[in-house]
Design a protein around this ligand. Structure first.
Ligand SMILES: *[C@@H]1O[C@H](CO)[C@@H](O)[C@H](O)[C@H]1NC(C)=O
Ligand SMILES: *[C@@H]1O[C@H](CO)[C@@H](O)[C@H](O)[C@H]1NC(C)=O
Ligand SMILES: *[C@@H]1O[C@H](CO)[C@@H](O)[C@H](O)[C@H]1NC(C)=O
Length: 186
């Protein structure tokens, strides 16, 4: 093989390595989040990339892997929030109305944990419509919890940030589900 030909081969090889690498990992997260933010006004691009990047192994994930990761994030979030509500009820004095709101939220998040677990099972067996229904109900739980506090004027929800996180993480998971169902490569 002539040195020149070897050089061309090497150059081609490097070109492929360099051009294929970013197509995986980080770039998939970015592209997925770009699509999510474009198709769903409830999703912020930065929120999406920050959340997915922080998850272990997300940079090496396929789209289907990202779907699983996003549901896992929802699972952690609702589990943590349920625990936080329990803590709030125990360690602070509340007026009766707020106390009832917290109780309702506790129930909602308990159900949300079951829903997301169910969604993950459906996802595993590729029953995407069923997974979609379960994740949607998690979004509704966050909204309903937050609305309880809003109904009483002057009341400040202690869960706004957490409800927002749950809502938006679920929206990301739904969006990835849609992409997988459409069979698009993002
Ligand atoms: C992905 O987006 C992040 C910021 O959101 C940026 O820092 C990074 O360079 C992007 N990576 C690729 C491969 O586009
Ligand atoms: C955005 O969230 C609202 C509820 O706050 C919902 O009614 C609407 O359908 C969502 N939009 C999309 C595209 O999912
Ligand atoms: C919930 O999600 C938000 C947004 O991704 C993240 O900042 C927060 O750390 C998560 N909490 C838990 C307990 O996973």
């Amino acid at each position: 093989m002539s040195p020149f030909f070897s050089f061309i081969l090497l150059a081609l090889f490097l070109f492929f390595v360099i051009s294929i690498q970013p197509a995986n990992g980080q770039n998939l997260i970015n592209e997925t989040c770009k699509t999510s933010a474009r198709d769903d006004p409830n999703i912020s691009y930065n929120f999406c990339t920050t959340s997915l990047q922080a998850a272990p192994a997300s940079r090496c994930a396929t789209l289907r892997g990202l779907g699983k990761i996003s549901m896992r994030l929802v699972h952690y979030n609702v589990t943590d929030t349920r625990c936080y509500i329990k803590h709030l009820m125990k360690n602070r004095k509340w007026d009766p109305y707020s106390k009832q709101c917290l109780k309702d939220c506790f129930e909602l998040f308990s159900d949300a944990i079951s829903s997301v677990k169910q969604a993950m099972k459906y996802y595993k067996s590729k029953q995407y419509d069923d997974a979609n229904v379960q994740i949607s109900s998690v979004m509704d739980a966050a909204t309903t919890c937050e609305d309880g506090f809003k109904e009483r004027k002057g009341l400040v929800s202690p869960l706004t940030e957490r409800n927002r996180n749950t809502f938006q993480l679920s929206a990301v998971a739904l969006s990835v589900l849609h992409m997988i169902q459409k069979g698009s490569d993002v």
